[in-house]
Write a protein that binds this ligand. Structure first.
Ligand SMILES: [Zn+2]
Length: 164
């Protein structure tokens, strides 16, 4: 039987031969990062961490959504998260298109009307990062001892810049 996922399953069998399981699900470096789904970003490598070190939450744009807030509360309450990194990036499709443009492209590609769906494009990345950082800081279940920082990552240079 062949399947669309055969190559991935084959790669997984190879992976499992050298995989060392056994560690728990805490964030060993105490870090949680919220960032974009963009495949140019290698979140752990960007901040010098390894698997097991951090919680990584990704979505279009790298936004602090309601579900991301749930994950952050779980992280800081139960999984040893002490620092939260909110990181958007340059050349993000979510920040370089209009809501109408994205819906039109999806509609054209799918052949189905997409105008009803909320995409949530970003008009101003710096102010969006600030607002998202404040959303985390002001959450009643995120203690003041947790540090929350906002950043913009340059996909060309690999450098992340703090957003004050
Ligand atoms: Zn992006």
């Amino acid at each position: 039987m062949t399947s669309t996922f055969d190559d991935l399953l084959e790669a997984n069998r190879r992976y499992s031969q050298t995989h060392e399981g056994g560690f728990d699900g805490i964030a060993r470096a105490g870090v949680l990062m919220v960032t974009c789904m963009d495949s140019r970003i290698d979140p752990l490598a960007v901040i010098g961490l390894q698997p097991g070190d951090a919680k990584i939450l990704r979505n279009p744009g790298g936004r602090v959504t309601d579900q991301v807030l749930v994950a952050i509360v779980l992280g800081v309450s139960l999984l040893k998260v002490e620092r939260v990194v909110v990181m958007e990036h340059t050349r993000c499709a979510m920040a370089t298109s209009t809501e109408a443009d994205v819906k039109e492209k999806i509609g054209a590609k799918s052949g189905t009307d997409a105008s009803w769906m909320t995409i949530g494009v970003i008009e101003d990345q710096e102010s969006t990062v600030r607002a998202d950082v404040n959303r985390v800081r002001s959450h009643p279940l995120v203690p003041d001892s947790v540090s929350v920082g906002g950043f913009i990552y340059d996909v060309d240079s690999g450098l992340m810049t703090p957003v004050d």
